[in-house]
Design a protein around this ligand. Structure first.
Ligand code: DGP
Ligand code: NA
Ligand code: NA
Length: 214
């Protein structure tokens, strides 16, 4: 009926994976598909580098124009997610679906890959909204290397990505109830079909469920 329709929330969908795993392409395709189906959908990307001072510090760190201790930049990435929490919650509650390119799991994976403790890394993420689904685009690193050389940003080095990838694998084992691990070397269109199918089911399932926290 009309009252319960008014209370339906959007889904919170996250894409995770190493650099160059195809997250940006797949998240865009999903947004286009949902919008074409008449689903109110917003595309977000973390880190959000432009709209805040914290985002600008992160950008200068990633482009190697500023150095910061590992702990400090870790907390900055987390703070960048906290900056957007209220707006994200309002959008979800208003029925808008969020498709988000990277989230707290990148936060954990990239800092654990530097050698910091996983529980310490996860702590500042607690209390942020929990995604309804995470699409983990799993890359074979040798495959990724064949896609051509990485860019010049701080983390775009094969050995580092190998470590990031193994942390994502651990997180997948831990969080597999709502993570979908997909083979990033599948054809773009095949991957998109898998993702779209899972997402469309999810929209109905979560519409009347309360939002959860990490
Ligand atoms: P992207 O704009 O998705 O290419 O991300 C930029 C880089 O930042 C990429 O190498 C992944 C890394 N990154 C994304 N989120 C986090 C985070 O929360 N913590 C850390 N340390 N790195 C992150
Ligand atoms: Na990148
Ligand atoms: Na991205």
């Amino acid at each position: 009926d009309k009252i319960s329709n008014a209370m339906q929330r959007g889904a919170f969908i996250v894409f995770e994976g190493c650099d160059r795993s195809g997250k940006t392409t797949q998240s865009r395709l999903l947004v286009e598909k949902l919008q074409a189906n008449g689903v109110s959908t917003v595309h977000l990307n973390f880190p959000e580098r432009k709209s805040s001072q914290i985002g600008q510090v992160i950008n200068s760190y990633l482009t190697n124009s500023q150095d910061l201790p590992d702990e400090v930049i870790h907390l900055m990435f987390s703070a960048n997610r906290w900056e957007h929490l209220n707006r994200m919650r309002k959008q979800l509650e208003a029925g808008t679906t969020l498709v988000v390119d990277r989230y707290s799991y990148s936060g954990v994976a990239y800092t654990v890959a530097k050698g910091l403790d996983l529980n310490w890394c996860y702590a500042p993420e607690r209390g942020l909204l929990k995604p309804d689904a995470v699409f983990y685009l799993k890359t074979e690193l040798d495959e990724l290397a064949k896609r051509g050389s990485y860019g010049t940003e701080r983390y775009e080095k094969l050995e580092f990505q190998r470590k990031v990838s193994s942390v994502f694998d651990c997180l997948y084992e831990r969080e597999s109830s709502y993570w979908h691990r997909l083979n990033a070397s599948d054809k773009v269109e095949d991957l998109h079909q898998q993702i779209a199918q899972i997402s469309e089911k999810l929209l109905e399932q979560v519409a009347t469920q309360p939002l959860d926290k990490l």
